[in-house]
Design a protein. Structure first.
Length: 208
């Protein structure tokens, strides 16, 4: 999935080991997306992340609301670099302190229920890192990129719920998900039950 917007993810070092990380999903799904690992004991500077020729935005709820930034102030997508902070809410607060002065701190108000059912939401308006990027895509007029990223996210959530054995929750999730029509053949393969290897061994032993 390509877009003129440059996407970077600053990921807390603990987040890189969490299978449900959407920061890792962004790195897989978005062309040229880069990941940087945050460790408090390893200093980082702006030059480690910021690219020449682009305005850097750091997304975080403490920033100025995007809808208060005038059209004249907003750079074109091909002149914009966005830095997403990936971690728990407490972890991202530490990363905000690190990135102070790196660029424009921007708050992207997200409305509606989060579709990220893999972790308990901690309050209204709290969404995953991938959902924040989807919201920014929409705000910048990059609707096709937002749609494609949503498909990647919803497929990850649904497959993860299935893998956890949360079949009822997975079925409820799928009922309102666009992946039902986007990936029917993949979902059919995903739903096919694989024969139990141990059961097959018992059957073979009984007939030998």
């Amino acid at each position: 999935m390509d877009a003129p917007l440059q996407v970077d993810v600053l990921m807390h070092f603990r987040e890189q080991w969490r299978p449900s990380s959407t920061g890792r999903l962004i790195q897989r799904a978005v062309v040229r997306a880069r990941r940087h690992v945050f460790r408090k004991e390893v200093p980082m500077v702006r030059e480690d992340v910021a690219l020449q020729g682009r305005d850097l935005w750091v997304l975080h709820p403490r920033g100025e609301p995007l809808d208060t930034i005038t059209a004249e102030e907003q750079p074109a997508p091909d002149r914009l670099q966005v830095l997403l902070l990936d971690g728990s809410w407490g972890e991202t607060r530490k990363m905000v302190a690190l990135t102070e002065g790196w660029g424009r701190l921007v708050n992207l108000p997200l409305t509606g229920e989060s579709r990220y059912w893999l972790r308990a939401q901690q309050g209204e308006g709290r969404h995953s890192t991938a959902e924040a990027l989807m919201g920014l895509y929409q705000s910048l007029g990059l609707g096709a990129q937002a749609t494609q990223l949503r498909l990647h996210l919803e497929l990850q959530v649904y497959a993860s719920l299935q893998a956890r054995g949360q079949n009822d929750t997975a079925a409820e999730y799928l009922e309102s998900s666009p992946i039902r029509t986007a990936f029917p053949e993949f979902l059919e393969r995903l739903h096919q039950r694989r024969p139990n290897e141990l059961s097959l061994r018992h059957r073979f032993s009984a007939h030998s």
